[in-house]
Design a protein around this ligand. Structure first.
Ligand SMILES: [Zn+2]
Length: 430
């Protein structure tokens, strides 16, 4: 049987624009993109994608898959099924599991679990602590990066003291990624004592501090979930000065605000919190500073959210692309913008070779969408184990039809086809 497939009849989203083109793949790789490829190839399996638009498989650099320790909310199988359903072919999973991923033993265990159960490609972050500087440095080439919680969030990880911060910044390989949850812990606690949840100054203080560290030491820094105009201004200035800083924004900070929180209640509780309509507008106005969209997919069960001490976080893998495609229809983004922030830039920044573009030589991770379909997000149709979305009931335009992972059909018309274990560790070949 032929290993070559020819996708014909569709439109391909590239760096500069969208073109009617055929895509020829052989095994896991794209070998050609352009018109009339069929004529020269006789041993190809044709795949009719008439009416569909092909995006490079999405890369979500910030997800919480909850395994080990939180499998009642999500696990590597359900979380990566949610990824495929959302058009995401690669996820980078955060280390604030139970136990957290802070040493070789916990990394080996989590990698084993992911290798056995994941249906999309994955990488795992290491979690920094006050006393694992040497250990995580020695594991750097097996991980997607190092995550530092400068302010506390879910789980036990916290690096709010200067000695550990400077040591991680100095010793973790400079070409590798340090990703930070940037909220100033002292400020978070102070405002909590006043009954206020993490106002924007908490993030601005921490981003100022972290950019200074990165600039002084001369290392890379990735700032997670920016949610305020103040952070964007700081990052814009730092980039102009040549600081090696990148950032991500989440769909919930772009598509929800404090006004939605009134209705969502605890289901809208997240760190950093939802912001005012004005802050949300600023994020959209300064969109060019944002390197990538990452979901911060952080599932909790309905029971937990309805409990007396609801945890922070919300799922996002299945709704990111439909929301972005709706923003495209609304004229807020172009399709190349969407490919850039969901695939091309994440691949560049995190060094994911051969991913992030539909072009010869790249991996055949393809997300096929029907731009014209209008539908409603429905809690009942989700793959995430938590079974709810803050966007339940919202009408969106643009639907994910099929997803190919390294050349194999993995999600088709609402069904996950990929078998557990299909997903590969992005660091396994290093
Ligand atoms: Zn997170």
């Amino acid at each position: 049987m032929s290993e070559k497939k020819l996708f014909f009849g569709g439109s391909v989203v590239g760096r500069e624009g969208v073109e009617r083109a055929e895509v020829l793949i052989e095994g896991e790789r794209i070998v050609a993109v352009g018109p009339n490829l069929a004529a020269s190839e006789s041993d190809v399996q044709p795949v009719d994608v008439t009416g569909l638009t092909l995006l490079p498989g999405l890369i979500d650099v910030h997800v919480h898959l909850r395994e080990p320790g939180g499998e009642h909310k999500e696990n590597f199988y359900t979380g990566t099924c949610a990824a495929l359903a959302g058009g995401v072919t690669t996820v980078l999973a955060m280390p604030n599991t139970n136990p957290p991923i802070t040493d070789q033993h916990s990394l080996d265990d989590a990698l084993n679990r992911a290798n056995t159960h994941a249906v999309c490609d994955f990488g795992l972050y290491l979690g920094g602590t006050a006393n694992n500087v040497e250990e995580v440095r020695s594991l750097a080439d097996r991980a997607a990066g190092l995550k530092l919680y400068i302010g506390s969030s879910n789980g036990s990880l916290l690096v709010d003291q200067f000695p550990a911060q400077i040591q991680h910044f100095e010793q973790f390989p400079r070409e590798a990624i340090i990703a930070v949850h940037a909220e100033d812990e002292a400020a978070v606690r102070y405002y909590a004592s006043l009954g206020q949840r993490r106002p924007p100054i908490c993030a601005a203080l921490s981003v100022t501090h972290l950019i200074t560290l990165a600039e002084q030491i001369g290392r890379r820094l990735h700032i997670c979930h920016v949610s305020t105009g103040a952070e964007i201004a700081l990052i814009r200035d730092a980039k102009r000065r040549g600081v090696q800083v990148t950032c991500e924004a989440t769909p919930h900070h772009l598509f929800l605000s404090t006004e939605d929180e009134i209705e969502l209640g605890a289901f809208g509780r997240v760190n950093p919190p939802l912001r005012t309509v004005d802050e949300v507008s600023t994020l959209w106005e300064q969109f060019d500073v944002i390197d990538m969209i990452a979901t911060d997919h952080a599932p909790h069960t309905v029971e937990e959210k309805e409990g007396s001490t609801p945890p922070s976080g919300m799922p996002g893998l299945e709704t990111m692309l439909p929301l972005l495609l709706t923003a495209y229809h609304d004229g807020r983004l172009t399709l190349p913008d969407i490919a850039r922030v969901t695939s091309t830039r994440p691949a560049e920044v995190f060094g994911l070779e051969h991913k992030g573009e539909i072009a010869p030589g790249y991996t055949a991770d393809l997300t096929l969408v029907d731009l014209a379909e209008t539908w409603r997000i429905d809690n009942g149709a989700l793959f995430t184990r938590c079974g709810w979305s803050p966007f339940d009931g919202k009408q969106v335009k643009g639907r994910i039809r099929q997803v190919y992972l390294r050349g194999e059909l993995s999600f088709d018309q609402g069904k996950v086809i990929a078998a557990p274990g299909c997903g590969k560790n992005i660091k396994s070949s290093r």
